[in-house]
Design a protein. Structure first.
Ligand code: GSH
Length: 219
């Protein structure tokens, strides 16, 4: 399929964790799209976002006059529109697990999200975490280990090949890289650390990082 005129509205690359998810999936699936970036630090950011979506949040995907205004909904749309890209794992059990993991991320881990904001190109290791954040970190480490041990033998990602689940957890990998110096303290046997390395080795992640650095330089 060629250029379908997709317009993906995103926030700041340094901090907008939800924006990274569909952006990374577009890049990994090599689907052409135009990027519309809104500086969420601008005083009129809210009005700018509302000009694209009454929900007042990014990311938003425009496909002609169709608006899709939520990161997971955009990922689902791409998976459905491009079945040949296998953005969900093909094996039904793997797909069910990938969907569960993605939904858990989408609706959960509030303590981690509040305490460890995404700062894509900054190091800010914390010496201690509130109990609820520790529980989130442990849960995610266990979840990643489970996905990798059951379905990750044929590649470096949660379900071997890059999937929606990796797009959903890429911002978490960034939060861990910024804030958590030693994942071993949270039960990691090296699986989570290697998984984070694999995500950050993607050329698209470096493109996102360059954008984040440019934003910081422009402040
Ligand atoms: N459920 C939405 C949440 C998106 C969201 O919270 N986006 C943040 C940026 S990361 C936002 O738009 N913040 C701007 C605001 O609330 O004014 C999704 O997953 O797309």
């Amino acid at each position: 399929m060629g250029d379908e005129g997709f317009r993906l509205v995103i926030g700041n690359k340094h901090t907008s964790s939800w924006s990274l998810r569909p952006w990374l999936a577009f890049k990994q699936a090599e689907i052409p799209f135009a990027e519309v970036r809104i500086n969420l630090r601008a005083p009129d950011a809210k009005e700018q976002i509302r000009a694209h979506s009454p929900a007042g949040k990014v990311p938003v995907l425009w496909v002609g006059d169709l608006m899709i205004w939520d990161s997971l909904a955009i990922l689902e749309f791409l998976a459905e529109r491009y079945p040949e890209k296998t953005l969900w794992p093909e094996h039904p059990a793997a797909r069910a697990l990938a969907r569960s993991a993605s939904a858990e991320m989408h609706s959960g881990f509030q303590p981690l999200r509040e305490h460890c904001p995404m700062k894509f190109v900054t190091q800010d290791p914390k010496s201690e975490f509130p109990e609820a954040v520790e529980a989130d970190i442990r849960r995610i480490v266990d979840l990643w280990k489970d996905c990798r041990s059951r379905f990750g033998a044929d590649g470096p990602f949660l379900f071997s090949q890059f999937s929606v689940a990796d797009a959903m957890y890429a911002p978490v990998a960034s939060r861990f890289r910024t804030h958590v110096a030693d994942l071993g303290a949270f039960g990691d046997d090296g699986t989570a650390a290697s998984y984070i390395d694999a995500l950050f080795a993607l050329p698209a992640m470096e493109v996102w990082a360059e954008g984040a650095r440019a934003e910081i330089a422009a402040r």
